[in-house]
Design a protein around this ligand. Structure first.
Ligand code: KE4
Length: 425
């Protein structure tokens, strides 16, 4: 057994912050992150032998639960045939066909290796297709770490962005306008100022990177209408919501069809896969067909395709999403009831297999309202639950996830732990 603190010290010597992605460092909740040794179904085991019920699920991909036997077998079989060829394979056709079948807004799709690659490429494609430079994103939405998206709101509502990260020259974000999520009036004003020079709007159709924030009625429909009126490409970033909130993502639930969709996480089943796709007319601008360059050594990698395809096949089991939605709703309702019994200002919300927890009375509708939540209470709750063997997302600005393996016994254990922790808050 190796102590986490020893491992973290060792990691910090050779990896910046000891992690390969910042949120894993527990900086927003404090403490030392456990080092995970293995996982199975709804559970994780760390190097100190502790077992946790997992609600992070690798930040979304583990919708079937960890180490699903069919996914593992498909990966093993694919790996035995060679790990990567850098040449066309049938598996890539099968994956593309599977995505086009599930997302009617997609005529064609290009596979990449991460959500960041997917959104970065989709924005370049929208700019190349329209010949325009300006883009709109929303405060609190995260679309990966490409330069033109690492941007915070400009000084005024209609001024273009300033970098939100060192290393991003102001020129790289000068064409990015950051508006308030759910603020359709601000989008209308932006188009009034720039009627014909906005290449795209990129939006999380249900925001999972400022915890869990739904689009208010009319928001997505309004974006669709404004983009159609102004020749602007509407990009739904469904990296998180795609196949998580339902079999056709948020575009299926909302009925709003984007021009381009970005995907990742679940479609790789835990292996590195991302994708962007949409109207054939737009996709025709991507190399080698058109002038917008995009490429990737491991794009469509056969082992990753095997993991993704095995996952997608199991999601098609009759009743899969009804069961997932039902278990997730049972969890959030149980947590809300436990909080009420202890007089804790708390609410929760869920869609499909993703959920958000808030230490405030009302469900937030934008980043400012999420930020008004009791962050200290969240931290105490997070560590209290961790101590009871429940592993939640280590940030008040992240959504959490349920898998097909989170059965009633798992949920009851979670709610019972929350009952004890709420009593201490
Ligand atoms: P990746 O490059 O991390 O595969 O995907 C970026 C991305 C794009 N779009 C959306 C809607 C996303 O949620 C993400 C990544 N999500 C975060 C979790 N909130 C990944 C976790 C991490 O950064 O370690």
């Amino acid at each position: 057994m190796t102590q986490h603190s020893d491992l973290f010290d060792r990691a910090c010597k050779v990896i910046p912050g000891g992690v390969n992605s910042p949120v894993r460092a527990f900086r927003s909740v404090g403490g030392t992150p456990p080092f995970i040794e293995r996982a199975l179904g709804p559970r994780l085991w760390d190097t100190e032998g502790h077992c946790y019920i997992d609600y992070v699920g690798s930040w979304g991909p583990a919708i079937l639960g960890h180490a699903d036997p069919d996914v593992v077998a498909a990966v093993q079989a694919a790996a035995a045939r060679g790990l990567s060829f850098g040449a066309p394979t049938v598996a890539e056709i099968e994956m593309a066909e599977a995505l086009v079948e599930r997302f009617p807004s997609m005529d064609q799709v290009r596979l990449v290796s991460s959500g960041t690659e997917a959104t970065m490429s989709a924005i370049r494609l929208a700019r190349g297709y329209t010949g325009r430079d300006r883009i709109i994103k929303f405060d609190g939405c995260y679309h990966g770490h490409s330069d033109s998206l690492l941007v915070k709101s400009g000084s005024g509502m209609l001024t273009f962005g300033n970098p939100s990260s060192a290393g991003v020259p102001p020129e790289f974000v000068q064409h990015t306008l950051v508006l308030g999520y759910n603020d359709l009036a601000a989008v209308e004003a932006a188009f009034a100022h720039h009627p014909e020079d906005i290449a795209c709007i990129i939006v999380e159709p249900l925001a999972g990177n400022m915890n869990f924030v739904r689009p208010v009625p009319g928001f997505l429909e309004g974006l669709r209408s404004l983009c159609s009126s102004h020749g602007t490409v509407l990009i739904f970033d469904e990296v998180m919501t795609g196949l998580r909130v339902g079999p056709q993502g948020m575009q299926g639930l909302s009925g709003v069809r984007p021009d381009l969709t970005t995907l990742a996480k679940i479609i790789g089943g835990g292996m590195p896969v991302g994708a962007f796709g949409g109207h054939a007319a737009i996709m025709a601008s991507i190399a080698p067909l058109g002038p917008v360059y995009q490429a990737g050594t491991l794009s469509g990698n056969p082992v990753a395709m095997a993991a993704g395809l095995a996952t997608l096949r199991k999601l098609q089991q009759p009743g899969f999403y009804e069961a997932l939605q039902g278990q997730t709703q049972k969890l959030v309702q149980g947590l809300e009831a436990a909080a009420r019994r202890h007089g804790v200002p708390f609410c929760a919300d869920s869609e499909g297999g993703m959920f958000g927890l808030f230490f405030q009375a009302e469900r937030p509708r934008n980043l400012a309202e999420v930020s008004a939540g009791d962050a200290e209470a969240f931290k105490r709750f997070f560590h209290g639950m961790l101590g009871h063997g429940i592993y939640l997302a280590p940030s008040a600005f992240e959504a959490s996830f349920v898998s097909a393996c989170h059965d009633d016994e798992v949920l009851d254990t979670t709610i019972s732990a929350a009952e004890q922790v709420f009593a201490t808050l």
